[in-house]
Design a protein around this ligand. Structure first.
Ligand SMILES: *[C@@H]1O[C@H](CO)[C@@H](O)[C@H](O)[C@H]1NC(C)=O
Ligand SMILES: *[C@@H]1O[C@H](CO)[C@@H](O)[C@H](O)[C@H]1NC(C)=O
Ligand SMILES: *[C@@H]1O[C@H](CO)[C@@H](O)[C@H](O)[C@H]1NC(C)=O
Ligand SMILES: *[C@@H]1O[C@H](CO)[C@@H](O)[C@H](O)[C@H]1NC(C)=O
Ligand SMILES: *[C@@H]1O[C@H](CO)[C@@H](O)[C@H](O)[C@H]1NC(C)=O
Ligand SMILES: *[C@@H]1O[C@H](CO)[C@@H](O)[C@H](O)[C@H]1NC(C)=O
Ligand SMILES: *[C@@H]1O[C@H](CO)[C@@H](O)[C@H](O)[C@H]1NC(C)=O
Ligand SMILES: *[C@@H]1O[C@H](CO)[C@@H](O)[C@H](O)[C@H]1NC(C)=O
Ligand SMILES: *[C@@H]1O[C@H](CO)[C@@H](O)[C@H](O)[C@H]1NC(C)=O
Ligand SMILES: *[C@@H]1O[C@H](CO)[C@@H](O)[C@H](O)[C@H]1NC(C)=O
Ligand SMILES: *[C@@H]1O[C@H](CO)[C@@H](O)[C@H](O)[C@H]1NC(C)=O
Length: 830
């Protein structure tokens, strides 16, 4: 990647003396990241700090004289129908439906007839990506103070109790504090600056620069009024329109009234200048003309929304209303954020280290030795990031919502890594998942119903293979099966839909959104399963298939079979609450579920087979644990039940778990070819925890922290100052930690006692700790504490809507207690 400069290089004082301890405003709990240097300009993914409210996001360099905030608007994408009116989501032409259906039959036959059970390509099924586009950055806000001289006592930090970034420094006898956050209730971000003694601020300017987002058409920057910058542009040319409004508010210094004026510097570049203020704050809002309610056939899949201007005016007027003081804005923000985040709390016996900046903690961190405080921080950081990216109209993407540039790695899209983003959301009681479901319903279902028809000749249900703007076809064109052929992505995503109902028992939501999603995804797979004509074992299989991102192209892939089986179980379990009376559908699900291959086969070297044909290589260290999905995050392996999943071999649960363990060992530690980033290691950590193996769990968890995280605790795909950021390991990390502390995986039906294992893979480093309110399936939460690695208290709090079910609490082989959950009660169990 190229290195970039935002604007002219302004000589600002250099930091001559940095502080040796966290600043006094730093949370006493230690719940924050702090640094004794500003971020390096060219080290966005390593050094800058993220803030966000779901709608908007920003990355802050944390500089002194000139602060740079890199901006994002959640829906700002290049490509799609905004760039190409003929964009059709990667679908085949309707006129080709018969031909494609025949090609699919031929592909199936050639796999069945092939000696190896594999074929080389399925090029006939893929389509060119077309104007797929990318999530793009929305430029940079520059906040410049006319101050010179050496900087001392510099610190910048991210307060994760308050979701506020702050920079504090002394320069020319003045101590400055700049703080920045994004308020969810106001749908606005705010940057405030003042001095420690309320003295007059030096002259200030606020400007906008697109310079660093090379490739984006130059937007127009003008003065909406004397205190407001208006930025209008497009993501591509032609492309989606966006607008940002940034308004300055000031507090007087007691002397004459402050002056705030907006004027153009050069053409099309407006700047706001402020003088005579004791405090100033910039409030910005942003939006685009993307509308996911216009992504269906009735709107010709245009996703075309209204010009965002009027909405933005209303937002900025309310966020800068004279009836709101700055303190009001901050307290509303903190109340909102704490309301979301403090329902759950984790302690691992961490001892805050307030003397060592976070980057130094990170640099000193070592695999296996670990540092409980840093692990705890990374856990909290994952929740902070989901709070900051999950609550918009769209779900958190591959970079949450934080991305710069006109073109981002993998488009920063919502591909198969998105599932990991939400692994811990229900468990930690974060009300952030609805945008994910809206995204399925509005972006995938409409166009995906056409994909089901035109690509698979299937008249009911929907499918997707990949991603935004209803791009539901097999993206790529050419021999791209490994990436593109993943029609089970909808079945994996349905884990989250089922889980939301299972955790919340929210029947109203389930009937209106959850069930229709589950049902339509299942309808597709019901029609897509076909009799296995290779093994002729009377089972139904998926063909063609490959593991996500891994060929061969074959039949009966374990991943596909396991996730579809779980989807069918969700239908069976959800039906009584669905309000649906379509028993014909239910019966078809039950019949095909019993007929289908369950994706559980033990192979020649004791492995759990990745494909129905026994051809796994013991040396395959692929990044994905595709065939082990039923170990974690699924349950097809973990809660294997021979009565439901038996093949002729009729394995016992112990045999299946042993085979999965063998496969996991051979999959390596997540350093294989193109397999050395973070998400594959956190997945392995969670899988080891699932097996109750604390030492392997902690090895992998600490390995990922040492190897794949940046000084700012972002999860990195590559190395170097301008390394590629991928957020999935940030989100997978808290899930893996939780899986070592409490496990209550889903089950195929409600017939057995629901088992909750406490501290199933507790490393000795976390010998004492506590959890407040981890949510479990059935609509209840538990709080528990432990010391000397033993649970010493346990409380259960059931929602009014909780399902009445027997729950058995275990630690190791010992039963703590079995109780029946009664709705609305709080029980002290231990
Ligand atoms: C606008 O002016 C600022 C300085 O005030 C500069 O940094 C920025 O690059 C300019 N933007 C454009 C688009 O020229
Ligand atoms: C609908 O969109 C397609 C491209 O997907 C375009 O060819 C067609 O002209 C559009 N129809 C209308 C009525 O706008
Ligand atoms: C496509 O689906 C139709 C309707 O179900 C069916 O009649 C036809 O045989 C299918 N075509 C192929 C090639 O499978
Ligand atoms: C800082 O204060 C000292 C003592 O009052 C004074 O001598 C010095 O000139 C001041 N420096 C600046 C940059 O204002
Ligand atoms: C400066 O602003 C912060 C909040 O950003 C506030 O806590 C502090 O009291 C202010 N300082 C003065 C001197 O007003
Ligand atoms: C900005 O302020 C100047 C000076 O007070 C005034 O002449 C001008 O009309 C104002 N412009 C706007 C857009 O309010
Ligand atoms: C499986 O059955 C089909 C007919 O349904 C037959 O053509 C094929 O040869 C059989 N395959 C094997 C391996 O027996
Ligand atoms: C099922 O529900 C639909 C509409 O909700 C209704 O029209 C239909 O009569 C019902 N069928 C049965 C068998 O109850
Ligand atoms: C498989 O074994 C279980 C006991 O482990 C038994 O209940 C079941 O009937 C067996 N199934 C088959 C198909 O043999
Ligand atoms: C990870 O696996 C590789 C390949 O087997 C090995 O060389 C390396 O030492 C392992 N590292 C850790 C920390 O497990
Ligand atoms: C954990 O896994 C490792 C590697 O397979 C094995 O050597 C060790 O015995 C396992 N520990 C436990 C407690 O199962």
């Amino acid at each position: 990647m190229l290195s970039r400069r935002v604007g002219p290089v302004i000589a600002l004082g250099s930091v001559v003396a940095s502080v040796a301890a966290a600043p006094s405003g730093f949370p006493a709990s230690g719940n924050g990241l702090w640094f004794s240097q500003p971020g390096r300009f060219d080290a966005w993914s390593n050094d800058w700090l993220p803030i966000g409210n779901g709608y908007l996001a920003a990355m802050l360099q944390g500089e002194t004289g000139q602060e740079v905030a890199q901006l994002n608007i959640e829906s700002l994408w290049s490509g799609g129908p905004f760039q190409d009116p003929n964009y059709n989501g990667g679908n085949k032409l309707p006129s080709d439906q018969v031909t494609v259906a025949q090609q699919l039959q031929e592909i199936r036959q050639s796999i069945f007839r092939s000696e190896s059970g594999t074929i080389d390509n399925i090029e006939e099924l893929t389509t060119d990506a077309g104007a797929y586009g990318s999530y793009v950055g929305a430029g940079y806000l520059l906040s410049t103070l006319d101050v010179t001289g050496d900087v001392s006592a510099f610190t910048r930090w991210l307060d994760m109790d308050a979701a506020v970034q702050r920079t504090l420094w002394t320069q020319g006898n003045t101590t400055f504090l700049r703080e920045t956050f994004c308020s969810h209730p106001l749908e606005a971000c705010v940057q405030h600056i003042n001095t420690s003694d309320a003295s007059a601020l030096p002259a200030l300017t606020f400007a906008y620069s697109i310079a660093a987002e090379s490739g984006i058409p130059t937007p127009t920057v003008s003065c909406l009024d004397n205190s407001t910058l208006q930025i209008t542009g497009t993501a591509s040319s032609p492309g989606m329109a966006f607008e940002l409004l940034a308004r300055v508010s000031v507090a007087a210094d007691g002397g004459s009234a402050p002056s705030v004026a907006c004027g153009a510097i050069g053409t099309g570049n407006a700047t706001i200048s402020v003088s005579g203020a004791s405090a100033a704050w910039l409030t910005w809002v942003g939006g685009t003309n993307y509308d996911q309610d216009a992504g269906d056939a009735a709107h010709n899949f245009t996703f075309q929304g209204a010009d965002p201007h009027d909405t933005l005016i209303a937002l900025i007027d309310s966020a800068t209303s004279s009836s709101l003081t700055y303190d009001d804005i901050v307290s509303r923000h903190i109340a909102d954020y704490s309301g979301l985040i403090t329902k759950f709390e984790l302690h691992l016996g961490e001892v805050p280290d307030l003397d060592t900046p976070t980057d130094q903690l990170k640099n000193a961190y070592q695999t296996d030795t670990g540092n409980t405080y840093l692990e705890w921080l990374l856990f909290n950081f994952g929740r902070y990031l989901l709070a900051g990216s999950g609550r918009g109209a769209l779900p958190a993407n591959l970079q949450g919502k934080w991305a710069k540039d006109a073109s981002n790695p993998w488009s920063a899209d919502s591909n198969i890594n998105i599932q990991m983003n939400y692994w811990f959301a229900e468990l930690t009681d974060m009300d952030v998942v609805k945008p994910l479901f809206d995204y399925f319903e509005k972006n995938w279902v409409p166009r995906g119903s056409l994909t089901a028809q035109y690509l698979y000749n299937i008249s009911e249900g929907w499918v997707t293979h990949n991603e935004i703007f209803g791009h539901t076809g097999m993206k790529g064109g050419g021999n791209t099966a490994s990436w593109a052929d993943y029609p089970e992505s909808n079945a994996w995503m349905m884990f989250h839909v089922w889980d939301h109902f299972d955790f919340t028992q929210d029947t109203e939501w389930f009937q209106s959104q959850g069930w229709p999603l589950l049902k339509s995804a299942a309808q597709f797979h019901l029609q897509k399963l076909v009799p296995d004509e290779r093994f002729n074992d009377s089972t139904l299989v998926v063909v063609p298939c490959n593991s996500p991102e891994q060929v061969p192209i074959t039949l009966g892939c374990a991943h596909a079979q396991q996730v579809i089986w779980q989807l069918f179980n969700a239908i069976d379990k959800g039906f009584p609450s669905s309000g649906d009376n379509d028993t014909e559908f239910l019966n078809e699900v039950r019949t095909k579920r019993s007929q289908m291959d369950k994706g559980i086969h033990i192979g020649s070297w004791g492995q759990l087979q990745e494909w129905k044909v026994d051809m796994d290589s013991p040396d395959d260290t692929h990044r994905h644990l595709s065939h082990l999905i039923g170990l974690y995050p699924g349950y097809a392996i973990t809660n294997y039940d021979p009565r439901l999943q038996a093949t002729a071999a009729n394995y016992t649960q112990e045999e299946v778990i042993a085979a999965a363990t063998t496969s996991l060992i051979h999959r390596g530690n997540g350093t294989g070819p193109d397999a050395d980033s973070g998400w594959e290691k956190v997945w392995r950590a969670a899988a080891w925890a699932q097996l109750g193996n604390a030492s392997e769990f902690y090895h992998e968890l600490s390995y990922v922290l040492e190897r794949n995280f940046a000084p700012n605790l972002f999860s990195l795909y590559s190395s170097g100052a301008d390394a590629i950021f991928q957020i999935d390991a940030n989100f997978g990390f808290p899930a893996a930690v939780l899986n070592a502390l409490v496990q209550a995986p889903d089950e195929p039906n409600f017939q057995s006692i629901f088992t909750v294992k406490l501290l199933p893979a507790l490393p000795p480093q976390w010998a004492s700790g506590s959890i407040k309110n981890v949510r479990l399936r059935g609509g209840f939460g538990i709080g528990f504490a432990w010391g000397d690695s033993k649970v010493n208290s346990l409380v259960l709090t059931a929602d009014a809507a909780a399902s009445r079910r027997q729950v058995r609490f275990m630690q190791g082989r010992d039963e703590i207690k079995t109780i029946t959950v009664e709705p609305g009660v709080r029980v002290k169990i231990l």
